[in-house]
Design a binder for this molecule. Structure first.
Ligand code: AMP
Length: 424
């Protein structure tokens, strides 16, 4: 992550309890998005932030929200009203956001809760009934709880829409609009999105009031700091190439991207059989299995994590030595976001991309986006004959792209299905 050298958090007019927490967590200086966003949020401006995970965007909104709520943090628990609401498209991100709020607010008396679907609603009701200042929620469960009159949104001062592009991709547009409608008219809205497709800017212009724009482009810088290598390889030989590189070239903590859950499972099985310590993240795993996988990877018990883009989205994984694009993404921005995970904190990272015959067009659009050619490695045992024609067949793997976290994407409107350009 790029940091500004001269500024200190104390210049950002934050309460000393927040500064103490920041110090304890170990942040030194604000990141660019924090420096730009925190004063705007404190001035009650609406903000549209173009930033992805890894830029420090959560603290960019969480710190000033805490600051604004602190003045009446000491009201009796039962009289607490939900004054800040953060909407996240996924459960993982929601949990992570709550963890961040808890850490930043550890020396305050503010109370947070997180609600999301797919788990029992009762404990979530209990938690909310006990009194909460800051609520983090996925859209569907939030609206359910509101319908049941457990949640009252009429005291919301700040509403955050995090990962708005993914939210819309997942078909939550109507839910989001409904949530905005039931919040008070004079609330502040902060919208963050990794990409700014038309539908996100349209939504922003509908719901935001004179927004300030904050754009942190990681696109070029992420790509610049990464030593990128490209391998042309026949599809059936990708596994062998992966083993070859793991044996001889790629060491340390490695994140491997595959396009589908099926692909993730298959690769996990093969690498495990070959004696590697591997874990994986995808939507068919239970919440606790995913959390366990992530913890093992983060604390270094396991050095290889295999994931789909969606499962890895929003998840904070630092200090990666390498990213392997076992499958190339069909959206070039996804490539940049993937490899950007290995070059955090201004350090350099390594990426290894495998390209089969049917992925050659993806390479073209990636190179167009990053404005340079990726270094081609031809000296490897599984080279692809450039004249090979792509094999086109519908297999299990392709079918399984139709699910998200193991469920059919029933929330998506017919329109969005028609027009959609997948981001991940
Ligand atoms: P985010 O973009 O919010 O997912 O944050 C990415 C990572 O950066 C998280 O591990 C944060 O704890 C970390 N982070 C956020 N702000 C700072 C900062 N000012 N200095 C160092 N690390 C930070």
């Amino acid at each position: 992550m790029q940091k500004q050298k001269n500024m200190h958090f104390s210049e950002l007019a934050l309460d000393k309890t927040i500064l103490k927490a920041i110090k304890e967590i170990g942040y030194d200086t604000p990141t660019p998005i924090q420096e730009k966003t925190i004063p705007l949020v404190l001035e009650n401006k609406d903000v549209i932030g173009s930033a992805q995970t890894g830029t420090g965007k959560t603290a960019a909104y969480a710190l000033p929200i805490i600051e604004k709520l602190i003045w009446n943090q000491n009201v009796a628990k039962k009289s607490k009203k939900i004054r800040a609401l953060i909407i996240s498209p996924t459960r993982e991100l929601a949990v992570q956001i709550q963890d961040d709020f808890k850490a930043y607010g550890q020396f305050t008396n503010l109370r947070t809760a997180v609600v999301f679907g797919g788990t029992s609603i009762e404990p979530q009701k209990d938690k909310i009934n006990k009194g909460v200042d800051i609520l983090i929620a996925t859209p569907g469960r939030l609206l359910d709880l509101r319908k049941q009159e457990i949640i009252n949104l009429s005291h919301i001062q700040t509403l955050v829409l995090d990962e708005a592009d993914l939210m819309l991709d997942m078909g939550f547009i109507d839910d989001v609009k409904k949530i905005v409608k039931v919040c008070p008219r004079n609330r502040q809205i902060l919208l963050f999105s990794a990409t700014m497709p038309k539908k996100v800017s349209q939504l922003a212009s509908e719901i935001l009031n004179n927004p300030e724009k904050v754009a942190i482009s990681t696109t070029s810088s992420a790509a610049e700091n990464v030593n990128q290598k490209l391998y042309y390889v026949p599809k059936p030989k990708k596994m062998e190439l992966c083993l070859h590189l793991l044996r001889n070239t790629i060491k340390g903590s490695i994140l491997i991207f595959r396009r589908t859950k099926f692909g993730v499972d298959k690769l996990e099985t093969s690498l495990t059989k070959n004696g590697y310590k591997v874990t994986s993240l995808h939507g068919d795993k239970t919440q606790s299995a995913r959390q366990e996988a992530l913890n093992k990877f983060k604390n270094g018990d396991i050095n290889i994590l295999i994931a789909t883009d969606v499962a890895a989205r929003g998840i904070d994984i630092n200090s990666l030595d390498a990213v392997i694009n076992f499958d190339l993404p069909n959206i070039p921005e996804t490539y940049v976001h993937r490899i950007g995970r290995t070059a955090r904190a201004g350090e350099s990272g390594n990426s290894y991309s495998f390209c089969a015959a049917d992925e050659i067009n993806y390479v073209k659009s990636i190179q167009h986006l990053i404005q340079h050619k990726i270094e081609l490695v031809e000296d490897h045992p599984y080279s692809l004959d450039k004249n090979t024609k792509p094999i086109v067949h519908k297999n299990k793997e392709q079918k399984s792209t139709n699910t998200y976290f193991g469920k059919k994407k029933s929330r998506k409107s017919a329109n969005s299905k028609k027009n959609k350009k997948r981001w991940y």
